[in-house]
Design a protein around this ligand. Structure first.
Ligand SMILES: [Mg+2]
Length: 277
């Protein structure tokens, strides 16, 4: 069970000392509060400004890893120097490389067909929204009431089952959203480990990973980073079951944590350059 982060800060601060930090941040529900419609999840200007400043800190590398498409994520955040990871790790981009998972590449045409079928079959339910993110589909049902949800589940399952049965596609669930994805065990966790190794390869000192997220897909990353760094779940209460080691209660507390981290690394750099007074 995750513990509230703040009482542990002094201990964590010393663990991070003199280590390069690689920061993995989920977007929805982590950097922005959960809102009625995903299109309303905007990063506030002060928070964008802060992320910009964070990219200027020498010992911190920041990645944003989301279920949204890479293109949308970049457009929402618009901060240079951040490593963007979209579609739960199926695509990422930094100045050197644009990566798309090969299984995701090949599943694209089928996903498009399924998106069309679902959109058509669910057209009587305006509360449900089928979002085609090219490499995955998100079926959002946040506004659907329970009595209608039974019908929608049935329609959804009738269309999906034939593909799931022969492992042509896979299904995961998030907060009021179904995700239809290519049939690969690749997830946020595997992507995080891969990026960590990639980043580590350029650095002499051992990199300390930090991951913050609020949803089920983030649990793969919490699991992958067990015993390696700080895993931070954004959740209102302690009781929520999670693989993360710590929790904070809101996106505001995520930013508070990030500000403390930035101050810590800036202070270290200051001491290194000018010595302690
Ligand atoms: Mg999230």
């Amino acid at each position: 069970m995750a513990e509230l982060l703040w009482p542990h800060w002094p201990k964590l601060e010393s663990r991070m000392k003199k280590r390069g930090v690689m920061l993995f941040l989920d977007y929805d529900g982590t950097l922005t509060p959960i809102v009625r419609h995903p299109s309303l999840a905007r990063l506030s200007p002060p928070r964008r400004k802060f992320l910009e400043m964070l990219t200027q800190v020498d010992d911190i590398k920041t990645a944003i890893i989301s279920g949204r498409s890479l293109a949308e994520l970049k457009q929402l955040i618009r901060v240079k120097g951040i490593l963007y990871v979209g579609n739960h790790g199926l695509e990422f981009e930094d100045p050197q490389l644009h990566f798309i998972h090969p299984k995701a590449q090949t599943a694209q045409a089928l996903l498009k067909q399924v998106a069309q079928k679902l959109t058509q079959a669910l057209e009587d339910f305006p509360e449900v929204w089928v979002e085609d993110k090219t490499l995955t589909l998100s079926i959002h049902y946040r506004k659907l009431n329970e009595s209608k949800a039974i019908f929608v589940r049935k329609i959804f399952s009738n269309i999906l089952q034939p593909y799931l049965r022969i492992s042509k596609l896979a299904l995961t669930e998030g907060k009021k959203v179904w995700e239809v994805r290519p049939p690969t065990p690749w997830n946020k966790g595997r992507m995080v480990l891969w990026l960590l190794a990639r980043f580590q390869a350029h650095l002499p000192k051992k990199v300390f990973p930090i991951y913050a997220g609020d949803d089920r897909t983030d649990e793969d990353a919490f699991r992958a980073l067990k015993g390696k760094g700080i895993t931070l779940k954004v959740a209102e209460h302690r009781s929520e079951s999670t693989e993360a080691s710590y929790y904070v209660r809101s996106p505001s507390e995520v930013f508070l944590f990030l500000r403390k981290l930035k101050a810590l690394k800036e202070k270290e750099r200051e001491v290194l350059l000018h010595g302690s007074s």
